[in-house]
Every structure is written in C-alpha cells, then in structure tokens.
Design a binder for this molecule. Structure first.
Ligand code: FAD
Length: 332
C-alpha cells in the first residue's frame, strides 16, 4: 500500500428523513481542524434518496466538497448497500481519513467498511489529533472500562478510520455564504441486492428535550436514594426550565431511562449549567459531562471526586438543600 496515494478527509454524513444529524456537523468541524494541519480538504459524503438539497447546509458548516449518492435503494439505512457504497467511494477517491459518528448507524456501518477495505477502526473516539512529526491521525478513546485513555495510530494502513462520540467535538459557526464543490457519485444498486427489507419505521414519540440539547441539566445519582425521590429533582428542574438526567447507577436501578444517562456508555452533554446531585463523580460519569460550562455539585461527602471538577459545590444532604434552592429560584 502506497500511503501517499491517499489524500483528504471524508466524513460520513448521516441523514434521517433528509435531516442531517448533529454529530455530522461536529465531525465536519473537527475534520476542518485536522485538514488545516494536513493541508488538505474536507469532503462530506451523504447517502440517501432525494437528498440533493443537503449540500448547501454541509457547505455552511465547513465541507469543502460534498459527494452525494442519491438512489432509491438508499432511502432508509440498511447495512449492505450503505457498506457497498462507502467501500466503492473509498476505493475510488482514496481518502486518508474517514470519520463516522458513533451512532447506531455509524457503529453498524464503520466496522463493515473497515473490514472490506482491509484497514483498522478505532471506535468511540473522544479525541482526534494529527501527530506533528509523522502526520498520522492519533485517535484517543477510553479503554479498560474507562480507567485509561488509549491513543491508537494506524501508521501502515489507509484510510485511518474512526467513529466519534456525539457531543464531544464542536461544530463550526454556520456560514450561509460558504460554497462547496458538489459531485454526484453514481452506483448501480440493484433492488433486492439487500439482505434486509425495511417494512416499517416506528418512531418513538417523546415530548422531552434530548439531554444533549438541554441548556440546563439537573442530574441525579445513586445518592438520590430511590425513584420517588426524583420528584424533588423534577420540581427543581421545572423551576429552572431544565431537563432531568442521571448517572448510570440510576438507570441500572430502574429509576431513570437509558436515554437520560450521562457518561461513557451514555450521552456526552455540554450544557450551560450541570447540577450533579448525589453523584460521586466516577471517571465514566465525568467522561460525559466535564465539558459543561458550569458544574454545580451537591453531595454529602466533601471528599467526593465530583468536587474536583465542580465550579460550585454544596456539601450536605440534597433532601434538605434542594427544596430551599427550589423555593429561592421560584422567588427569583
Ligand atoms: P455512587 O458512586 O454510589 O455515588 C453516590 C453519591 O451520592 C456519593 O458520592 C454519596 O456521597 C452521595 N450521596 C448519598 N446520599 C446523599 C444525599 N442524601 N445527599 C447528597 N449526596 C448524597 N456511570 C455513569 O454515570 N455513566 C456511564 O456512562 C457509565 N459507564 C460505565 C462504563 C463502564 C465500562 C463501567 C465499568 C462503569 C460505568 N459507569 C458509568 C459506572 C460508574 O463507574 C459509577 O459506578 C457510577 O457513575 C456511580 O454512580 P453514582 O455517582 O450515581 O453513584
């Protein structure tokens, strides 16, 4: 393999119902930073049906080039045709880096593409940087149950491929005047080439804001004590117009839903204010919230590690403190 043949950074852009998912913009933002160090450009690759209008938005968020694969067979995500298209695109353009969001789709697609093009994949990355000497991509992810951060390089294979956790990278400011070179990639996908047929898509209806989009989060941990006690947190959240989230301990106990879990195996959040109530601050929890603008912790143990990352800390029993704060906030 001649590594010099591989050029440019490609971002697999995930769209659902012709709406680009947030992590794709975050990846384009990160790819732009990496591209400036490699003196190369960023290409967004988008697959689907009736998606020609998406190029403008991708350009506005930083894509220099957009490759569109518009085909009725790609309307809904299914593994086989998407893998086939990504494989052919990589064979044709030979990018040096390919990035995917670590979403359900990205986690399904990326390993299959990497196997087919005979390269490695670093899954669930939280940090990407260019090695100043070798110009290889340094891909960092939690390992050994989150106890260490492992940095992985792929010095002898191209493309270098990674999935990246949603919420970790920051998208660029939208520039509505930015333009990208748009190219259509034609591929002959025959009907029924697919092993899986999508019969129906049932969307989960929820009136709750996704915790990744919330400006203020009131987050509870095992210290809350039981499911019923979350009422106190709910009242506080309502006064602040905040959303409720939790540590994994509460999800495991059945007190909160999986989609409310913050952390390494949950969601990465970056709200303006994060209240950590009865949360000890385990490394796997911190991995999902330490980038919050302001962290306010309430914990009865003054040596709890959450206080190491908190901007403000209150030592005491949350059952006494929270009702006082709720009343105060109502008055304010
Ligand atoms: P605890 O650690 O039990 O802390 C409870 C805290 O509440 C204590 O600090 C205590 O002092 C305080 N407290 C008790 N009573 C009160 C009171 N009345 N008032 C005020 N404070 C009180 N965890 C996650 O959160 N997210 C993840 O994504 C995640 N992924 C993981 C992945 C792996 C591979 C592994 C091994 C673990 C993962 N964990 C994750 C679990 C993590 O290691 C911790 O076990 C978990 O975060 C602890 O949750 P906690 O802080 O709510 O509970």
């Amino acid at each position: 393999m001649n590594l010099q043949d591989y050029k440019g950074i490609f971002v697999f852009t995930q769209q659902v119902d012709c709406k680009i998912t947030g992590v794709s913009f975050e990846l384009i933002g990160k790819a732009k930073e990496l591209a400036s160090e490699l003196e190369t450009d960023v290409t967004a690759v988008v697959l689907g049906a009736g998606i020609n209008t998406l190029a403008e938005e991708l350009a506005a968020f930083g894509a220099d080039k957009v490759i569109i694969v518009d085909n009725p067979e790609l309307k809904d995500y299914t593994t086989e045709p998407y893998t086939q298209v990504m494989y052919e695109i990589i064979e044709h353009y030979k990018p040096e880096i390919v990035l995917y969001g670590a979403t359900a789709i990205g986690r399904d697609l990326a390993p299959r593409v990497s196997a087919r093009v005979h390269t490695g994949l670093t899954a669930d990355c939280t940090k990407l940087e260019i090695d100043t000497e070798t110009k290889d991509l340094r891909m960092t992810r939690p390992a050994f149950g989150g106890n260490i951060m492992a940095t992985i390089v792929s010095p002898r294979h191209r493309p270098q491929m990674a999935t990246v956790r949603p919420g970790v990278m920051q998208k660029r400011k939208k520039d509505p005047d930015a333009k990208a070179l748009v190219e259509e990639f034609k591929i002959d996908l025959k009907p029924n080439q697919n092993y899986v047929e999508v019969v129906e898509i049932v969307k989960k209806v929820s009136d709750k804001i996704d915790i990744m989009d919330a400006k203020i989060l009131v987050s509870g941990g095992r210290g809350v004590g039981c499911k019923e006690n979350f009422k106190l947190l709910q009242e506080f959240a309502e006064v602040l117009n905040a959303s409720l989230s939790s540590s994994r301990a509460c999800v495991d106990a059945g007190w909160t839903e999986k989609e409310q879990q913050v952390g390494q195996t949950g969601k990465t959040v970056r709200p303006n204010v994060y209240f950590a109530i009865g949360i000890s601050g385990a490394i796997q929890h911190l991995a999902g919230m330490e980038e919050s603008d302001i962290i306010i912790a309430i914990n009865k143990d003054e040596s709890a590690p959450i206080f190491d990352v908190a901007d403000y800390g209150i030592v005491g029993d949350y059952q006494k403190i929270l009702p006082i704060l709720t009343e105060k906030m109502k008055i304010e």
